[in-house]
Design a binder for this molecule. Structure first.
Ligand code: DC
Length: 221
């Protein structure tokens, strides 16, 4: 049997993790698991049920039985909630903040982390998230912490949203990114954190290709 390889790619919103993780997974021919999509789908479930994302009791009442599935269609991850493909819906701007809020709840994290560990133990994958190297997979074969300045991350997200046809206020977006960073770094349980043994890559002045090459060099070592 070939050895299962797990690559942890953590970092704040808009650092370029998902773009890099997708390319890496294709180059290495392994799965890409976008763990943020799982928290986003959980937020969509709460919004659908009318449960406030900070209502621990309300969220507890559905989290254990949540019908959340990650499937791969033509190599791309699709996220299904209650049998419905919510891959586009989870990217809507209002879901971003709701996902950050709901991900603070311990019951949510325990459920998601359990699902992520099961997937990672059954196949080689690149996982992008916030706590993969520090909490979900402390023994991952490779750990990277990908970051960039708030301005650079706002520029990237702004461009992406405008290209998708969203009407966005640049300053409000920057504030939202800062607020999400704060939430993600300061939650009590398994916060956004650079693992001690992670390789830090500041992508502020790097192209996607340069980031991918920097990571591939380490993986080939
Ligand atoms: O990576 P993203 O922007 O799609 O993630 C959405 C939110 O989910 C993010 O604000 C924090 C949370 N998240 C998390 O807490 N842990 C992860 N491993 C991935 C995402």
């Amino acid at each position: 049997m070939t050895k299962i390889i797990n690559i942890a790619l953590d970092g704040p919103s808009g650092s370029g993790k998902s773009t890099v993780a997708k390319i890496l997974s294709q180059k290495l021919n392994i799965l890409y698991l976008d763990t943020g999509a799982m928290y986003r789908a959980t937020a969509v479930k709460a919004l659908k049920l009318g449960v406030a994302v900070d209502d621990a009791q309300g969220v507890k009442s559905f989290i254990d039985d949540i019908d959340l599935q990650i499937k791969y269609v033509d190599g791309a991850q699709r996220t299904f909630l209650d049998g419905e493909d919510v891959s586009e819906k989870i990217r809507e701007p209002h879901v971003s903040m709701a996902a950050s809020d709901i991900s603070r709840l311990k019951c949510v994290r325990l459920k998601m982390v359990d699902m992520q560990r099961k997937i990672a133990s059954s196949m080689s994958c690149v996982l992008d998230g916030r706590d993969i190297g520090s909490f979900v997979l402390p023994n991952a074969d490779y750990k990277f912490f990908v970051t960039a300045s708030v301005k650079e991350r706002t520029d990237r997200r702004y461009k992406e949203l405008v290209e998708k046809g969203h009407n966005v206020d640049y300053n409000a977006l920057m504030q939202e990114i800062e607020q999400r960073d704060y939430n993600d770094r300061n939650r009590d349980f398994a916060p956004l954190k650079q693992a001690d043994d992670a390789v830090v890559i500041d992508t502020s002045t790097m192209s996607v290709d340069e980031v991918v090459s920097a990571i591939m060099l380490r993986i080939k070592d």
